[in-house]
Write a protein that binds this ligand. Structure first.
Ligand code: MLT
Length: 244
């Protein structure tokens, strides 16, 4: 894969790699950009989804091995950020930099875990539409383009219910990564939408404050899915960080 640096982008829930399409297009001029569909998602929907963040991280490492890639610039959105922190914990020598997009380091509290269990039951019983209806109001601001919102809905509806249940279990059981933040030694960028209701700006500020030398960029006019609602701002933040 030549000498170009590799950026690995990990998607969130209940999505697939299409949520990174704008970033892949913008950043591919200067880097190899890998934005895989996790097992059980998108183009990999026929494979079995992993139900822990560590297992997802190991599956990504195996893909890098297969591609002959050792170390990467690592980016993760929301659930993908939980996976990125797990990847950094397991494979610290394989991470050149870290971009944490609309995500958080803490684990679910008891109420959060109960919410995951309830959603797992509903997804099994009713399908991916339940997850789409729960997530869409949090993904976009009221000002978001209707067509963009509908496109994201279709991405969500395309994910197998069993994969979404596996994602929910992985998020429910993820470890608290807060204690590792102070020890992160690679350049780190934290990005958050200014209206993100799932991983709010104050939490991203605290996470960034805890990571030595980390940079925080707040995206104007974005809820949770900032990569899709305000792609130019996200592309600029990532581009400046990764070229710096
Ligand atoms: C995501 O966007 O990946 C998830 O909503 C994150 C979460 O529910 O914790």
């Amino acid at each position: 894969m030549a000498d170009r640096p590799t950026l690995l982008l990990v998607h969130g829930f209940p999505l697939d790699s299409r949520m990174w399409a704008s970033q892949v297009e913008a950043l591919s001029a200067s880097m190899e950009v890998l934005a895989p569909d996790l097992d059980g998602h998108g183009a990999n929907a026929s494979t079995i989804a992993r139900s822990s963040v560590d297992a997802i991280a190991r599956s990504l490492a195996a893909r890098l091995d297969a591609a002959g890639v050792d170390a990467v610039h690592l980016g993760g959105f929301s659930m993908g950020g939980y996976v990125a922190l797990a990847f950094l914990r397991i494979f610290p020598q394989r991470v050149l930099s870290l971009s944490l997009v609309d995500t958080r380091a803490n684990a679910d509290n008891d109420a959060g875990k109960q919410g995951r269990d309830a959603m797992i039951a509903r997804v099994h019983a009713e399908g991916a539409g339940v997850a789409a209806e729960a997530m869409l109001p949090k993904m976009f601001t009221d000002a978001a383009d209707g067509a963009v919102r509908e496109t994201a809905r279709q991405w969500m509806l395309a994910q197998p219910a069993a994969s979404l249940a596996a994602d929910l279990a992985a998020m429910r059981d993820r470890p608290d990564s807060t204690s590792m933040l102070a020890g992160i030694a690679v350049p780190t960028l934290v990005i958050v939408g200014d209206q993100d209701p799932i991983t709010p700006p104050a939490d991203s500020q605290a996470m960034s404050d805890a990571i030595p030398g980390s940079r925080l960029v707040t995206i104007t006019g974005a809820a949770h899915l900032s990569t899709v609602e305000q792609p130019e701002q996200v592309n600029q933040a990532l581009g400046e960080f990764l070229s710096g």
